[in-house]
Structure formats: C-alpha cells, structure tokens
Design a protein around this ligand. Sequence first.
Ligand SMILES: [Zn+2]
Length: 323
Amino acid sequence: MKNQIYTFFLLLVSATCCLPIFSQNSFDDFLKGQPVIDMHLHITKGYDDNENYRHLNTDIDKAKLDWIIQDYRSNNVVLALGGGPLKYAKVYAKTDGLFWSGLIFPCMITVEQDQPCTKEFYSETELREIYKSGNFKSLGESMFNYYGIPPTDTRLEPYWKIAEEFNLPVGIHADSGPPVENVNKGEKPNYDPVFANPELLIPILKKHPKLKLYLMHYGGEYSEQSIQLMKAYPQIYCEISAVSMFMPKKVWEPNVKKLYSEGLGNRLMFASDYFGTVRKNMEIIYNLDWLSDQQKRDIYYNNAAQFLNLSKSEIESHHEKVN
Ligand SMILES: [Zn+2]
C-alpha cells in the first residue's frame, strides 16, 4: 500500500479508535531477549526533506539506511525482508545480514518511490543473472495490482519461474488496498484493486507448486480467499501490516481470530510495511489480548523462522543479537 491520501484518512480513523491499552514497561520486559523478523520493508531512495534521517549522513540514501538500521536495532529486529528497485536492493543486500532483499515487481517508471526503475519487466535470463549475482534472497512486494495487470500476465511468468527455481519467499500484495479514486492517476493510471485477489494466484500455483508465497495485508477484504488459499497450500503464510494499522480493529480482528480458529495461526508473521512504524506494528500484535504470550512470540519471530527455513545456527545467532 502506498497511497498518502488513503494513509492520512486511515490514520485519522485509527487515531480515534485504537489507543494503546498497555504499559510501555511491560512491553519492554516482554521484548527482552525476543528477536523480531520484519517481513515487509520498502527499500527506496532517501528523501532530502526527511526530518528523521537527513542529519545522519551527507549521502541521503545512506542516511535512510542508517536510520532503518538504528530503528531495527532498538526494536530487536534481526532480519527484514525488503524489496525495491535494483539499485537500492543491491545496497541493502550488502548490509551485514540484516536484510534479505530483492526486487519489487514490476517497478513502475511513473512511480516516484520506485526510482530508478530502469526496466519495468525483466526477462527470465536477466532475472536469473540478477538473483545469481546480487545476493538477493527475496522477491516482492508484488505491484501488479498497482500496474493494472493480473498475476497471470505473461510478463510476470519469469518472476514466478525464478522465484520457484531459487526458492525465494515472495511477498504478494493481497488486499484490495486504497479505492481507485484515491490513487495518484499520474503514477498509477491503470491501478485495479481486484487484481490483488489471492484467488487469481491459483493458476500460478498449479504451474509452480513449490512457490513460497506470503500474503501481505491479510485481514481486509480478501481474508476469506486468503484462508482458502492457505488451506490448499501449506507453504503459504501471511502478515497483517497496513490493514491492522489503518483499518478499524473491529474490521480486521475477527479475520485474525478466524485464522486461528481455522488452525492457520502458526502462519501469521510480523510485518511493518510503512517507514518508521515498526514499534507501532509490534504494539498492535502485543495488544491482541486473546493471544497467548507464546503465540505473540511466534508472530514476532518463530513463524517467520519456520517459513524462511532458517537454520539452527541462524536462529541461535538472532537470539544472541538481542541478549
Ligand atoms: Zn507494502
């Protein structure tokens, strides 16, 4: 999700509906020794007018990266999956094991945040080369709904193929997202929310049965379709970013409860999506008072560790980092 007007409107809604109901001290205690994996980061260029990070480095791109690293360290985030344009995905891939980065797909020449987007669609050969040489370990977020094409568009086939070949976790934008009228027409003239319906992924999964997808923004409009897909494909996981931060709790919480009543709670992972909202998203999980402490810890770390097939030594080193 990337629309500012939509964000502003929904922030207003959330500000009036879901004030924190806990003490920061008990939350800090809970987080002691608790590693966190953020499954949804947007890798972008730095912005000169950003008050949070512009003072950190004369190179604004590095300043943004420095700020993200600081923010992750202070919130126990030991690993983040993030996609962006090739240039910046490469920079993050080189950063000390903190990021599993990759391409957003497709990037859009018209979208400011996607710059530099030198090529909207890569060929299979190009993608294989990029993933072989770039130390890239993930793919996503998918942007085909913003581009205005279904996942079955032939220009996307190389991405599914390479993701399966390299066993990449693929982040799929799977909520309807902002209404068409709220999206910047100059940037995304063909945006169509229906292409985010996860049912449309079925032909892709039939063709590439080992694809390791995770559904971003579970809990909104396509919750039922997401549940059906997750039941059919045990390797598919999900996260609730953006929906849980911007939509009223009464809309998304029943859908998260349903995930548990359907036996799929162990596939829910932590994710932030929006720059600077890691702590806020961690609080949202912590405030789900019907979850056990163990279930919250599973969301913060264990479910993602399982999904990503982390080794015993990787898991140990993540725990050491926060002790
Ligand atoms: Zn996103």
